[in-house]
Design a protein around this ligand. Structure first.
Ligand code: ADP
Ligand code: MG
Ligand code: ZN
Length: 499
């Protein structure tokens, strides 16, 4: 029996706001001293009153719009009750039956070439809630009295947005691509950093398996504790295989919550699944229902940036780029902006050839250099003006494409314009044939064996001589010219040898 995985994802995103969801404490808690960003509201003191953060609501609306959701006119907050030491009040303020946005969609492009297809994933809802405090567990294994936990409430009350998908995903890879696509959108909207490592973007994955061809939904497992896209993918693969095995052996999958344990590369049972009624949801009595003015929604709709999918399509059309390059360039807004600035600096002369060249430099050489220094593209010492300058040098034949990479690196290190680097280091391409000819003479004279091989019919020996000429000219000779002159010289020798 073959089994088909069914996957639905719940994503929690920390929103980029100055203050917390229901109080005026600062929301950037990552680098603050423990419990330094707290007040009676986020500490959950009785008698305090929460006040809704307008910017957080705006972020949820914008996200809903980008995901093609309907934006509610009437929303409200609800109390989700449970007891855990990370939750000061004993309840979390969340949204239950009147979320900000519902009924959306995200198209996910999967695979490439002949195998490419688009998976359309429904978005059930986008709602707002508050984050909980952070627990730190300390464990002295020798001594049980050495086991204790500390609570840092700085994170408590930070605005959180939950995005719930329909169970429309059919593989671990589709789930991974849905997440990277979603994160790219959130970053374009500037509503979240989307960083998974620091917990700004968290994913719970719901997964079940069913006999292929069946339309039924089987009982599912919720997998938690993955802190990278790779981990989500691997945890799902593991869980799909485990469930298929259980069902294949005639058993049934227990509906439960399991945690991914990276070191064991396995999911382990944590607890039985909780149901909505376990939380005793009821409307938050301290916050009046929230009416979202349609005029505000329209204003936000007009302010939406061009989103990655659309921008990708435009890059292919406008710049003549391959879809693959366009997808990589538009994955992050800053990279796409950088590329477009390079192109706009090229003026009317900037055609598809330049687009492809710039795309390669941005995606390969520059990306490598930025990665080495650990800086973002906005902080790059090689600016779009440097790139346009470099492109002009190559296009005017002043330097070869190979040398351009070295110039790019030197510009990156010094911040100097490529044309300055080329002038100061004497990198100008040698396209003067007398200069190249003398290098050819020298190379031929120094390698009689290679010449003899060529004369005997070993054509590849010519490539060796070409390499030697490039070496002698410090990589500056124009490659086409070198090829030409070497071939001509070797043919002359061959004829002179009478063969
Ligand atoms: P709960 O509130 O109990 O977590 P939801 O209905 O909100 O339940 O669903 C949570 C997630 O589980 C959603 O992303 C949904 O797509 C997914 N899901 C629901 N049923 C299944 C199933 N049978 N298999 C896999 N995922 C599922
Ligand atoms: Mg849920
Ligand atoms: Zn506070």
């Amino acid at each position: 029996m073959e089994y088909e995985p069914v996957i639905g994802l719940e994503v929690h995103v920390q929103l980029l706001t100055r203050s917390k969801m229901f109080c005026s404490c600062r929301a950037e808690y990552q680098s603050a001293d423990p419990n330094s960003l707290v007040c009676p509201v986020c500490l959950g003191m009785p008698g305090t009153l929460p006040v809704v953060n307008r910017r957080a609501v705006g972020h949820a609306i914008v996200t809903g719009l980008a995901l093609d959701c309907d934006i509610a006119t009437y929303t409200k907050f609800d109390r989700k009750n449970y007891l855990y030491p990370d939750l000061m009040k004993g309840y979390q303020i969340s949204q239950y039956d009147a979320p900000v946005a519902t009924g959306g969609r995200l198209e996910v492009d999967v695979g490439s070439g002949d195998r490419a297809y688009t998976r359309s994933v429904g978005v059930v809802r986008v709602h707002l809630e508050e984050d909980v405090a952070k627990l730190q567990h300390f464990r002295d294994t020798e001594d049980r009295s050495g086991q204790y936990s500390l609570v840092d409430v700085n994170r408590g009350g930070v605005p959180l947005m939950e995005i719930v998908s329909e169970p429309d995903l059919r593989s671990a890879e589709e789930a991974r691509l849905y997440l990277t696509g979603l994160r790219s959108i959130l970053r374009y909207l500037e509503v979240s950093t989307g960083n998974m490592e620091d917990g700004s973007f968290r994913c719970d994955a719901n997964v079940s398996v069913r006999p292929r061809g069946s339309r039924e939904y089987m009982s599912r497992v919720e997998v938690k504790n993955m802190n990278s896209f790779r981990a989500v993918h691997d945890a799902l693969e593991y869980e799909i295989a485990r469930q298929a095995r259980v069902v294949g052996e005639g058993g049934t999958v227990v509906q439960e919550t399991r945690g991914w344990v990276e070191e064991r590369r396995a999911t382990v049972s944590q607890r039985s699944k909780e149901y909505a009624h376990d939380y005793r949801y009821f409307p938050e009595p301290d916050i009046p229902p929230l009416v979202i003015e349609p005029a505000w929604v329209e204003e936000l709709r007009r302010s939406l940036p061009e989103l990655p999918e659309k921008r990708r399509g435009r890059f292919v059309k406008q710049y003549g780029l391959p879809a693959y390059d366009a997808a990589l360039l538009t994955g992050a807004r800053a990279t796409a902006d950088y590329f477009e600035e390079c192109m706009s600096l090229g003026g009317s002369s900037a055609g598809p050839a330049r687009a492809k060249t710039i795309a390669n430099w941005v995606l390969v050489e520059l990306a490598h250099l930025l990665g080495r220094e650990g800086v973002g593209i906005q902080e790059s010492r090689v600016t779009p003006a440097h790139m346009a300058d470099l492109a002009r040098l190559v296009e005017s034949d002043a330097i070869s494409g190979t040398l351009a990479k070295r110039v790019l690196e030197e510009s990156f290190d010094t911040g100097e314009l490529p044309s300055v680097v080329v002038r100061e280091r004497g990198y100008l391409q040698i396209s003067d044939s007398t200069a190249v000819e003398s290098a050819v003479e020298e190379a031929v004279g120094a390698h009689p064996q290679a010449v003899a091989d060529y004369v005997k019919g070993k054509e590849t020996a010519a490539r060796f001589i070409v390499g030697q000429v490039m070496k002698l000219t410090g990589g500056r000779a124009k490659p086409a010219l070198v090829n030409d002159l070497v071939k001509r010289k070797l043919e002359m020798v061959r004829v002179a040898n009478g063969s």
